[in-house]
Design a protein around this ligand. Structure first.
Ligand SMILES: CNc1ncnc2c1ncn2[C@@H]1O[C@H](COP(=O)(O)OP(=O)(O)OP(=O)(O)O)[C@@H](O)[C@H]1O
Length: 168
């Protein structure tokens, strides 16, 4: 049986640019990604998303301004964990991105997103996100550099997606 662990992932958008952070330590080190981390037991998913964004690049968002745009699942061959990642996006934020011990933030134009220095899955689902689509993705890795299989589905509504999962 797989043990589910809940994570957040936040993308800040500004005109034709997206804010990414270069992870300086821990899981996904030396890769560009959105901002996020584990949801703690004492907080909601939205609170966790806003907290991680603040901790990692010093931007403030109201949890209510974060729009849930995707649900991602990651499994790793031979590992008992399923990473359950709630992806959010917003263009409403306060502050200027600042480097922290964990992340070095940088704005990228859509055509300049550095996929060669990101998780392999990002290249597969970023086009959905950049086109404003909602989606579900599942990626099964062998190690960290090979995807054994995956599936991506465009969704009409995240709410309907979660309601549908609850009843299964
Ligand atoms: C495998 N393919 C992947 N593709 C894209 N994004 C991925 C990912 N796998 C993990 N992620 C994200 O990477 C962050 C890890 O967070 P992570 O640093 O482990 O969490 P947190 O800050 O709580 O950790 P510590 O407090 O340092 O233990 C978190 O946003 C999570 O959604």
């Amino acid at each position: 049986m797989l043990v589910k662990k809940l994570f957040t992932l936040v993308f800040i958008r500004k005109e034709d640019q997206i804010l990414l952070g270069f992870k300086k330590r821990g899981f996904g080190m030396n890769k560009w990604n959105g901002f996020g981390g584990k949801v703690e037991p004492n907080e909601t998913i939205l609170e966790a998303a806003a907290r991680e964004l603040k901790e990692e690049c010093c931007l403030t968002v109201k949890p209510g301004d974060l729009k849930n745009i995707a649900h991602l699942e990651f499994t790793f061959e031979g590992e008992p964990t399923l990473m359950d990642v709630r992806v959010f996006s917003t263009s409403i934020f306060e502050g200027t991105p600042k480097e922290t011990e964990e992340m070095r933030p940088k704005w990228f134009r859509h055509e300049d997103v550095p996929f060669e220095d990101m998780w392999l899955d990002d290249k597969l689902w970023f086009p959905y996100m950049l086109q404003g689509k909602k989606f579900f993705g599942h990626f099964h890795y062998e190690g960290f550099d090979k995807i054994l299989n995956y599936k991506i589905e465009e969704l009409d509504s995240m709410k309907a997606f979660y309601e549908n999962r609850k009843t299964k």
